[in-house]
Structures are given as structure tokens and as C-alpha cells.
Design a protein around this ligand. Structure first.
Ligand code: I6G
Length: 677
């Protein structure tokens, strides 16, 4: 009896181990979540009844028993060195020259390149394939034993895949937190009043150095392996010739390695790789601070050896830093489309991540309080991903005596209406509505924008003039503009006025999703507008829907439903819609599609390259109409990548991951077959 239980425990342990490797390291799903959970629960129950049979690498054993008082120190068998750094192409070429001369090599050197993750270096010790210890880099000679925490990282295998393993295998790599997870983690911390982490690296370091592994287990750490350290007794011979081949071996043992790892020949190819990674930097989904370049041949590595504390065969090409120090000169308050008042920091201009930054958002009063920031302070400004610059820290020790408090205005800085703050909400709002010129301008800018009514040539400056001169007081006024009105505006010649009038006219024939989006209902973005249009088919059906009916729409929750109800109940908004229809805005109603008639329902597709038959936004809208989720990044879970002309890294990644690639024509055929052409 107990034999069969033991066999089942072993079977479940192996099965869950494989599934988890596929999910966390290969980005593929081998079983539905519900089935994984069921098997996991079965294993928990069996282990509770037969604790003697619990395997050290059981997925139930990731979180250790009790918190530690402090970490013990561990001396690295081989020191964890640092890397020489290069900031320019010239320095990379010098590196190449140095090693070519030292190797007395006439032919081009083969290098192995990968992005340099901005996390925390971590050394994993596997004995006969089982994870026994994890140690931080520390000072390079002695680190801290963080085994309890490293065991909670899902992409760290507790047991290596395969049957035969060296008695001891040390794997080195980087523990890091992906950007999306970092944002979620800080959102949660902010909501519960906890301290926020300034950046993903601090978050990774803080998480790895938690004394309570239960807390660490809730932190979204990942691990990516980049080299082999100490190895003892190897039956299973590790590749002895190439660094790249070794990393592939690590991958087959169940470790994640960089998906962007590339073997290239010659320094020009290295430089091209660095340019390519720098271009992709904001879209990678994790923070990097450069590229690491290593001589691929292990024999050449050995011949080159080490200088001081760094290998001679490797170099880190550093990218521009994404954080810099600067001074807060002043704070201005901007009024948005919905009346939200946002404090905007005016900064002494500074280069961050290759771009000059002179403004950063301070979000709201809570953020000002949290940072404890004053005008005159020295601050750390951060610009990462495609997120707007943020102030992440104040250097209190550098506060000048004349630093002074930021005073939030009691009245709207534009229309002087009262500022209201709903209890429980962080945002303060101007109560002026469309009486407030700032809100009116922002509403009109949104209404005419590309994804809304798409009026070409009606840019921000022009909208501001039209509102300032009271030519536009409501969106419908745009459609009654005429030549004499336009000609009176700054920098508006007859030719451009005529062009604008034509653009205004052609925008009046629109689509229901565009019109709903253009109305600027709070929390109703492009995707929600599309979902509403597809679900209800017509504007009256949306305007008259009950809360229950609204909640049945994809992506519509209580808050969005409330905003929709109050928008359509407001007589002023009803009048705006009636006026717009009166001046000729029209759109065809939509035939409501059943979910089952959506051939791409539940699938994620990625558009890349230049399309010739239609713009990317139009293709995206049609794909969404067919049920697809359109994503900006390719993973093994992507259903298809649609590649237009000059497709680059996303196409390459799709090929690497065996994700199907469709031509633009295949996409158009699908549109035709499904009546969304
Ligand atoms: O600090 C490091 C980051 C990434 C490294 C490293 C690396 O490879 C991708 N490789 C070595 C050899 C060293 N530090 C010493």
C-alpha cells in the first residue's frame, strides 16, 4: 500500500517538476493551470500522510520552515569577479585588438553576447543534480547564504533535469524582477501603505535578502544563468570547447538562459548586436544595463586568463544609465481631460537613458508625501521602458537650507473652480468640467486624436487656439468650422485650412468603436470601446444598458460600468452626442458576433514590420474583432506573428521559438473569410 503511495509521490514530484520547468523556463504551458493545481493538491495531501517520502526537490518544498535570524557567510570556491567595462565602440575595438594580439590570432574571434541583466548576481550549488546552496556575490570572495530564498524562485530548478550530474556543479547567473512584475509589486505595496522600491534591482536585492522565505516566495524573482563556476567530478562531461555550447547544456538541464544569447564572429558583429539590443531595450520587459561580450572558445578564454579582478576574455558594454541625479526646480500643476490635477516636476535638465529629461510626473499629493520631497531637493530621476520619467528618491542629506514645501492648489490653476478630492481616491480634480478651458482642450485633443476621430492636421497647438478663441466650445463645433474662421488663426494658410476642412469632413464617417473611444468616458480606452461596440452593436444599446448588461462585457468591471452609466445619464453628454449626430457624424452599426464565431478568441498574436494594405491600428482593431489579444512581444505562448516588410527582432524571436509566422496576405485572407476586411 505505502509502496504505491511512494510511487505516486515520486511520479507527481517528477511530473510537476517538468510542468513547472516548461512554464517558467520555456514559456510553454504543458497542462492547464487547473490540472496543475489539482496534481499539486494531490501531492500536498499524500506528503502530509507520508512525510517520509517527501522528495527534497518536491515543488511543495520551495518555502522553508522558519525565518532566519541572519544569513550565514559563505566563501566562494572561485571568486565571483567583476567585468571590465566599455562605454564606446572604440573601447570595444580596443578590447578586440588586445585579445587578438594576445592570442596572436589573425582570424576574427568568435564571441558570445547577451544582454546584461540589471539584477543581483547569484551562485547556485548543485550536488548530484540537487540544489544544495545559493550564495550572493557579496564582495566577490564571500557572499551570503540565501538558499532558503533562492529555493522559492520558480525558475531555479530544485533538481536538474537529466540522469547524470557532476558531484558538484556551480551555476552563476542573475536574479532579477521583470518590469511588469515590479510595477505590480510596487502597486500592491503602495496600496497597502508599504515602502516602494526605487527600481527592480533594489527590489530583487531586497527580496533575495529577506530573512523570512515566506515573504521572499511572494516576490516575483526570476533567474537567468550565464556561466559555470566550480565543477567537481564530472561523469557527465560538460562541453569543453565553447561557452555558448555550455549555456545550451545548462538550458537542457532545466535552467533559464537569456533568450537573446547570440554567437557572433568579429567585433563588427558584436557592435551590431549591441546596437540591436539598445534599440530593443525599452521593449524587453526586464531591465538591462548593457551587453556582456565573452570570447566563446574556452581554450582561448584559458589562454587569455585574468587581470586583477576581471577576466581578460570578457567585457561589459555599458548602456546609458536609466537613473541620474538632478535638482527639483519647481512644481507645476496640470489639468487633464477628466479634471485630474497632476503635479509635474520641473527639473534641471539631465541625460537619462540617452534622453534629456527636464520634467517628471509626481502623480498626486500622496506621492509627494511619500517621497517627502521639497522644491530645491536633489532627486534621483529614472526613465525606464516606455514609462514617463519618475522621481524615485530624494537625497535628504543634500537638502539645501532654502528648500521649501510643495503646496497643492485649493483652486484649479486654470479656471479657478474648487479642487475636489474624493475620499479614498488619490487624485484631486478640478470641479469645472468643460467650463474649464484646460479640460475642454484636453477633451478636444482626445476627441480628434488618431485612435479616436482621427482628424489629420488638427494638432494640439491648433486645438488650443480654437478653444482660446472660443471657436470650439464643444466637439460638434469642429464640424461647423469654415474657411473664414480658420484663416484667422496663427500659421494657417488657405491651403492647409482647406486640407483641414477636408480631414474634418472625412472624419465624420467613422466607426462605432472610434466614436465611443472619442467620447472620452473615464476608464474607457480603445480596447474597452471595441469590446462595448462588438458586444452591443449600437450606441443606443450601450447608452441604455443596465449595470448587469455592462458587466457582461469583456474587460468591463464595476468601476468602468459606473463611469459608463453616469456618462450616459448626464444630460450635457446626451446633448454632446445629439449635436455630433446632428452635424453629420455617423457610423454603421455592428453585427454582434458570438464568441464562438471569433476564430482568434483566446489567442495572442503579434504584429511586426510594415504592413502595406492598412495601418497597424486598423489591423489591430480587426484582429481584436476576431477575438485576438494583440501583444507587443513574442513568447512561446504567442499563437502567430504577422510579419510585414522589414520585420526584425520579433520575427527572429518567432523563428527561434517556433511560433508560426503569417504573411500580411494570410492575415488579409483571414479578414476576408470572416467579413472584417
Ligand atoms: O556580472 C556579470 C553579469 C553577466 C558577469 C557575467 C555576466 O555574463 C552574462 N559574466 C562574468 C564572467 C562575470 N560577471 C564575471
Amino acid at each position: 500500500m505505502s509502496d504505491s503511495k511512494k510511487a505516486r509521490i515520486l511520479e507527481l514530484t517528477e511530473l510537476l517538476h517538468q510542468y513547472s520547468h516548461a512554464y517558467y523556463n520555456l514559456n510553454t504551458t504543458s497542462v492547464p493551470d487547473a490540472e496543475y493545481d489539482e496534481l499539486f493538491d494531490e501531492l500536498v495531501a499524500l506528503e502530509a500522510a507520508y512525510p517520509d517520502f517527501i522528495q527534497e526537490h518536491s515543488p511543495t518544498q520551495r518555502v522553508g520552515a522558519k525565518p532566519l535570524d541572519k544569513f550565514s557567510q559563505f566563501e566562494h570556491t572561485l571568486p565571483m569577479l567583476s567585468l571590465e567595462k566599455a562605454k564606446t565602440e572604440e573601447e570595444l575595438s580596443q578590447f578586440n585588438k588586445r585579445i587578438s594580439e594576445s592570442l596572436d590570432s589573425e582570424s576574427e574571434i568568435t564571441f558570445c553576447c547577451e544582454p546584461k541583466l540589471d539584477g543581483v548576481a547569484l551562485s547556485l550549488h548543485y550536488q548530484h543534480g540537487l540544489l544544495k546552496r545559493a550564495v550572493t556575490r557579496g564582495d566577490g570572495f564571500t557572499g551570503e547564504d540565501v538558499t532558503q530564498n533562492a529555493r522559492t524562485i520558480k525558475s531555479v530548478p530544485l533538481k536538474l533535469l537529466g540522469d547524470e550530474h557532476p558531484a558538484m556543479l556551480e551555476i552563476r547567473g542573475e536574479a532579477y524582477i521583470p518590469l511588469s512584475m515590479f510595477a505590480q509589486m510596487n502597486d500592491r505595496s503602495g496600496a497597502s501603505g508599504e515602502k516602494l522600491f526605487a527600481n527592480p534591482r533594489n527590489a530583487a536585492s531586497g527580496s533575495l535578502r529577506q530573512l523570512d522565505a515566506k515573504i521572499a516566495s511572494c516576490r516575483p524573482l526570476s533567474f537567468s544563468a550565464y556561466s559555470v563556476g566550480d565543477v567537481e567530478d564530472t561523469h557527465t562531461q560538460l562541453d569543453q570547447s565553447s561557452h555558448y555550447a555550455r549555456l545550451q547544456q545548462l538550458q537542457s538541464m532545466g535552467l533559464a538562459v537569456s533568450p537573446l544569447l547570440k554567437k557572433v564572429k568579429g567585433i563588427s558583429a558584436v557592435i551590431a548586436y549591441c546596437h540591436d539590443i539598445l534599440k530593443q531595450r525599452d521593449q524587453l520587459g526586464f531591465e538591462i544595463d548593457g551587453v556582456v561580450i565573452k570570447v566563446d572558445s574556452l581554450a582561448q578564454q584559458q589562454a587569455l586568463g585574468f587581470v586583477a579582478r576581471a577576466p581578460r576574455w570578457a567585457i561589459a558594454f555599458k548602456f546609458p544609465a536609466q537613473e541620474q541625479l538632478t535638482t527639483l526646480l519647481d512644481v507645476e500643476f496640470q489639468v487633464g481631460r477628466t479634471g485630474a490635477i497632476t503635479p509635474v516636476a520641473r527639473l534641471a535638465p539631465v541625460e537619462v537613458g540617452g534622453v534629456t529629461v527636464s520634467n517628471a510626473t509626481l502623480h498626486n499629493q500622496d506621492e509627494i508625501n511619500r517621497l517627502g520631497i521639497k522644491i530645491g531637493d536633489t532627486v534621483t530621476v529614472r526613465r525606464a521602458g516606455d514609462v514617463i520619467p519618475q522621481i524615485v528618491a530624494v537625497l535628504l542629506e543634500r537638502r539645501p537650507p532654502q528648500a521649501h514645501d510643495i503646496v497643492f492648489p485649493a483652486a484649479c490653476p486654470v479656471c479657478h473652480s474648487a479642487v475636489e478630492r474624493v475620499s479614498g481616491e488619490a487624485v484631486a480634480r478640478c470641479s469645472g468640467g468643460l467650463f474649464c478651458p484646460a479640460q475642454l482642450k484636453e477633451s478636444i485633443k482626445h476627441f480628434v486624436s488618431r485612435k479616436a476621430m482621427d482628424i489629420d492636421g488638427l494638432g494640439d497647438k491648433l486645438v488650443e487656439q480654437l478653444v482660446d478663441q472660443q471657436l470650439v466650445k464643444t466637439p460638434a463645433d469642429i464640424y461647423t468650422l469654415d474657411m473664414p474662421a480658420l484663416i484667422g488663426l496663427e500659421r494657417m494658410a488657405e491651403k492647409s485650412a482647406l486640407k483641414l476642412l477636408n480631414a474634418i469632413k472625412s472624419s465624420s464617417q467613422t466607426s462605432l468603436p472610434r466614436f465611443i473611444y472619442a467620447l472620452g468616458i473615464r476608464e474607457v480606452g480603445e480596447a474597452t470601446a471595441l469590446n462595448l461596440a462588438q458586444h452591443f452593436g449600437s450606441l443606443p444599446a450601450i447608452a441604455n444598458a443596465t449595470v448587469e448588461q455592462l458587466l457582461a462585457v469583456n474587460d468591463v468591471g464595476n468601476i468602468v460600468a459606473e463611469h459608463l452609466l453616469s456618462f450616459f445619464a448626464e444630460p450635457h453628454n446626451q446633448q454632446v452626442i445629439a449635436d455630433l449626430q446632428h452635424v453629420g457624424i455617423n457610423w454603421p452599426d455592428i453585427t454582434v458576433q458570438q464568441a464562438s464565431a471569433q476564430p482568434l478568441a483566446g489567442f495572442t498574436v503579434v504584429l511586426t514590420g510594415t504592413l502595406s494594405a492598412m495601418g497597424r491600428d486598423d489591423a489591430k482593431a480587426r484582429l481584436q474583432q476576431l477575438g485576438a489579444k494583440v501583444s507587443g512581444s513574442v513568447s512561446a505562448k504567442t499563437y502567430a506573428v504577422i510579419a510585414g516588410d522589414n520585420a526584425g527582432s520579433k520575427l527572429a524571436k518567432a523563428n527561434d521559438l517556433n511560433v508560426p509566422v503569417w504573411t500580411e496576405q494570410q492575415m488579409l485572407d483571414l479578414f476576408n473569410r470572416n467579413g472584417v476586411a
